[in-house]
Design a protein around this ligand. Structure first.
Ligand code: DX5
Ligand code: ZN
Length: 214
């Protein structure tokens, strides 16, 4: 079963609460929240107060993607704000284990992400402690980019390693996912599709989500 996680990076920021209600009605499975700090990536988005404000707008799980340096510094704040799962970039973590421990203690989903240039193997030592791996299919920072095809090999490599070790975790892909690229992404082993422009740019969000899922 493929899950669809619309990225609110492509939503209308002047009415985010209503945008969440729209994607909920359209059949989204998760809300993908792209946190950017202006350092780890050259763009700046939401912090914990925004996540907290949105928490009351929908019961959908919040999939919080932290594109920030030193993610430990705000981890507690994002957990208090209502994150249901937190994705940390392996490139940004000096001590991934300590941060994963905090996520486990908080009882939320724990995920690690790799940028396009980071080998899949960097997350292998942690696979048995993760609920999800996020394979970036574009360079993080902006919505509306084209998927980098080679990145899907990493999704496949992670899926294969999970199968070898008997682990059933989610594999999420993020960036450039649309009705065309979703097919290869799912064939490569992804089962959670982040989609920003493909959902929020669609005239009919429900149809866009149905098409991605199919
Ligand atoms: C990029 C973000 C993505 C982005 C996806 O740094 O992590 O979630 O919003 O947008 P699309 O689907 O438009 O490529
Ligand atoms: Zn993202």
């Amino acid at each position: 079963m493929v899950k669809i996680a619309p990225s609110i990076l492509s939503a209308d920021f002047s009415c985010l609460g209503e945008e969440l209600q729209k994607i909920e009605a359209a059949g989204a499975d998760l809300v993908h929240i792209d946190v950017m700090d202006g350092h780890f990536v050259p763009n700046l988005t939401f912090g914990p107060p925004v996540v907290r404000a949105l928490r009351g707008c929908t019961p959908l799980p919040f999939d919080v993607h932290l594109m920030m340096d030193d993610p430990g510094s705000l981890l507690g704040a994002f957990l208090d704000a209502g994150a249901d799962s937190v994705t940390l970039h392996i490139e940004a973590c000096k001590q991934p284990q300590a941060l994963l421990n905090r996520l486990h203690e908080a009882g939320v989903g724990a995920a690690l992400s790799v940028k396009p240039g980071t080998p899949a193997e960097t997350v292998f030592p942690f696979l048995d402690q993760l609920s999800m791996v996020l394979v970036m299919t574009v360079e993080p920072g902006f919505g509306g980019q084209k998927l980098i095809p080679e990145t899907l090999r990493k999704a496949a490599a992670i899926r294969q390693e999970c199968a070898r070790r008997g682990l059933a975790l989610d594999i999420e892909v993020d960036g450039g996912i649309n009705a065309q690229t979703a097919v290869n992404a799912v064939q490569s082993g992804a089962n959670v599709l982040v989609a920003g422009s493909a959902v929020f740019g669609a005239a009919d969000m429900a149809a866009a989500i149905r098409t991605l899922r199919a």
